[in-house]
Design a protein around this ligand. Sequence first.
Ligand code: NAD
Length: 291
Amino acid sequence: MNIGFIGLGNMGAPMAANLIKAGHDVTGFDLVARPDGIALASTASDAAKDADVVITMLPNGTILRAVAAEIHAAMKIGALHLDCSTVDVDSARAVSQAAENAGLLAVDAPVSGGIGGATAGTLTFMAGGSDAAFAMAKPLFDIMGQKAVHCGPAGNGQAAKICNNMILGVTMIATCEAFVLADKLGLDRQAMFDVVSTSSGASWSMNAYCPAPNIGPKSPADNDYIPGFAAELMLKDLNLSQMAARAVDADTPMGAAATALYKTFVEDEAGLGRDFSAMLPRFSARSRKDS
Ligand code: NAD
């Protein structure tokens, strides 16, 4: 396929590289990044105009809407706009509608798996869009990822992503505060892990990404909390979850609490640039009176 790829940052560049490796013709565009090994166009519309599929991997919904307005006007009728950015549900739905109005197919397919998954081609895609649009994107998902779930119509990929990450933020905080309580009760961290990871408190945060150093499988905690998944990216996703919850009047008190805690951590407590599991040393350094 002829593929346009807009947004060649930490995630986009390795995803585009995997498509090239699989034999696709990729023309990229980024305002700043100039990764090696990818043919670059001088504008987004130039990267889009001959493409069967245009992939966008951009920072937020405002930028996505602006780029979409530009590329939709340039794309061939029947081509697919595959957006893999993490953005608000409203922007995803608006961009999908705009694509349809322009005679295009559209899929919103945010990813889980981070830079490691993007490089290894093992991302998970959560996709929203029509059956025809999903079918057109599927071979590309198979190259860039290990799993793609069709979650329903436009916007549902973003909905799945923010619900998943709201659970992740909440369970990571719960796991970290429980470790600190265990410490203060004199419970050994290894014993805590051995019990919880095989009991009803188990979660991905405990079992696969344990926030306590040298416990469980290797994780950013074993590397001084260098991300991994940075706290500010968790905050971004939690903010999106709360924006969506407000829009549809969903009561999400734990999501709201996790959002507030990560906001404080990132903005006031030097959490910026640290892994999101660094909530454990954050709680360790505090006393109950701080709350
Ligand atoms: P990034 O900041 O490294 O890359 C974004 C790129 O978009 C940058 O290179 C920037 O120059 C480019 N860009 C911005 N505006 C543009 C425009 N108008 N036209 C063309 N290019 C433009 O971010 P990233 O880490 O690659 O993340 C991309 C998306 O993937 C985000 O929505 C993020 O939330 C999501 N995501 C990231 C991770 C991760 O671990 N990094 C994991 C899952 C999802």
